[in-house]
Each structure stands twice: as C-alpha cells, then as structure tokens.
Design a protein around this ligand. Structure first.
Ligand code: PEP
Ligand code: MG
Length: 320
C-alpha cells in the first residue's frame, strides 16, 4: 500500500476518463516545499507566511522575508508559487505585538488583510519582499480574509506603486504579478460578481468559509458534528464560486483541509473543481483518488448533489 502510493509520485494527476487535475501544495517550511517538489505538485498554492512572524519578538524585515520567499520560488524550480500575505490575528499566539491581545472574538476581529492594512508598513514590507522574489521565478500574491472589493483594490494599488519603486531602485521583478483573493468570508463569495474583474485568481479557504457560514468555531470540540463542509449551504456556495470563476476565465482552487481529504475528492470534482491545494502529506492519496474517478460520471451526478437537503443526503451521495 505504501509502495503503491510511493509509485504515484511520478504518475500524472488524471481522472480515469483523461482529465488532468492540478494538485498544488500548501506549505509553510522548507521541508514542505522540498516534499511538494518531490511529489510532483504543480506549484505552491498556499504559502502561509505566518510562521515567519511567530515565536519571536521582532518583525522580520524586508530582507529576511525576501530571502524566505525567494527560496520557496527557487525550491519549486519554475512551478508557480503563491505567497499569501500575513494572516495573523488575536487567534494566533504572536509575540511581536502586531495583533491585539484581548479581542473578545478573534475570528471576527482584526485579522488577515485587515491587520496588514491597519499596521503601518506591514503590508508594504511584505509586498516589496514578495515582488523582489518574483524576479526569481513565477510568483503570485494571495490575500487572506478578504471581505470587500475595496481591500483588493487597495492591495492592487500598493503592488503597482511598489513595483514601480522597486524598478527605479534597480530590482529586476516580474512584469506582472497575479493577485488573488481568498474566498473564506461568506460576503466575499456572495459579492464576487462585483469584483471578480479585479482579481486574477481565487483560492477558497474552506476552513474559515465553513466556520463563518455555519457560525461554528473551527476549534470548538463541542461543535465537531456541526463544523463540516457537508452542509447544503457550503456545497451551494462552492458550486457558485467555482462556476463564476470558470465563466470569467479565472483559476480557482480549494486550499482548505477539505482539498486534502480523499473522502471529499469526488464531491469537489463534481462541483467542477480542477485545482486542489493541499498539504504535501495528503497529496498522493488525493492523486490516487482522482485517478479512480470518472469525471463525466461525477458531473452527471452533480444535480442530485445540489438537491441534497442535509448532511445525510450528501453522505449518501458520496457513498454511491
Ligand atoms: C482556510 O481558511 O481554509 C485556509 C486555507 O486558511 P487558514 O487555514 O490558514 O486559515
Ligand atoms: Mg483561513
């Protein structure tokens, strides 16, 4: 069984009926990047930059961040790397003093892009570091916790400005660095038609999207039965986001834990997903599952999935 999985390192991620699916990796360390490369990930779909900021008192400066992002780009030797800007908030134990300490509702607080924009210099330093790393290979920038169009517009403006500044300072950076939004706040999913023209790609963060959509804390042990993507509201929203993105020619991935669970693979394929971003430790299992799937058959069964009324209906769909 382990041997058989190991053999899949060199096999394409292709459904039984011949459709190629992209498996990108979620990473936050050198080891993750090396493993992603070895397993044939098509890129890094989510590079969590938080680890650079945790367990220390001083913020990483531009130089330190640049070196970290450049190493990821070099480590993937030409496959695209998606750098997510900082997603810190009072929910994570940072000692830099960036996040507010005593928010009563950290998940609903100054988190992600909200924090990046509220702290002077934080976003610019990170964007400059990422833009400089774009001179070493394909790089995209992903923004977490987007709620509204204005946030994307603001980040876009900074990228343009900083890009110009870096070029006049003599740095060689990519001509264009794609900008993407995480879809993890329900409002960002529902308002997507109003700003999809402003983003180059999307990445659906089901960990938070499920939490906010179902009003169920992702870390609350008492809610484990409620906290699941197997809810008709989640399925519907996923379907709508994927459909709209594809209709507008934008790439869209799912990068929450859901993407790395082979039990959910047929469901995501039925919804039209063609890009998964997952922890390298789960990549081969999901590849194996995809290779067993018949995409046309799953898509033919999508309407019955959309008629599911509850978790039991969705589980029944998955088990047939
Ligand atoms: C998510 O919310 O699904 C996600 C990928 O981001 P994080 O788990 O880092 O919040
Ligand atoms: Mg998230």
């Amino acid at each position: 069984e382990r041997k058989e999985l190991h053999r899949l390192r060199r096999e394409p991620t292709r459904t039984r009926d011949g459709h190629d699916i992209q498996l990108q990796a979620n990473a936050e360390s050198r080891e993750d990047v090396a493993e992603a490369h070895a397993l044939g990930a098509t890129g890094i779909g989510l590079y969590r930059t938080e680890f650079l900021f945790l367990q220390r008192h001083e913020l990483p400066d531009e130089e330190e961040q640049f070196r970290a992002y450049r190493d990821v780009v070099l480590g993937m030797s030409g496959r695209p790397v998606t750098i997510r800007t900082l997603d810190l908030g009072a929910d994570k134990a940072d000692r830099t003093g960036l996040a507010l300490r005593d928010e009563p509702n950290p998940a609903l607080g100054l988190r992600g892009v909200r924090l990046s924009m509220a702290r002077t210099g934080l976003l610019d330093t990170q964007l400059r570091a990422a833009l400089r790393a774009s001179g070493y290979g394909p790089l995209r920038i992903l923004v977490p916790m987007v709620t509204s169009r204005e946030e994307i517009a603001a980040v876009r403006t900074r990228i343009k400005l900083l890009g110009r500044e870096l070029r006049t300072q003599g740095y060689e950076i990519a001509d264009y660095v794609p900008l993407g939004a995480m879809i993890e706040v329900p409002a960002a999913a529902l308002a997507l038609p109003g700003y999809i023209g402003k983003v180059d790609f999307l990445s659906i963060g089901t960990n938070d999207l499920v939490q906010y959509l179902l009003a169920a804390d992702r870390n609350n042990e008492a809610l484990v039965d409620l906290y699941t993507p197997l809810h008709p509201a989640v399925i519907r929203l996923l379907r709508d986001v994927i459909r709209l993105a594809h209709a507008r020619g934008k790439s869209v991935a799912v990068c929450g834990e859901m993407a790395g669970d082979p039990a959910f693979t047929p469901l995501l394929l039925a919804l039209g997903l063609t890009e998964f971003s997952l922890h390298p430790g789960t990549l081969l299992e999901v590849r194996r599952r995809i290779r067993e799937c018949d995409l046309a058959g799953l898509k033919a069964r999508a309407p019955s999935l959309m008629r599911a009324r509850d978790r039991a209906d969705i589980e029944a769909w998955l088990s047939t």
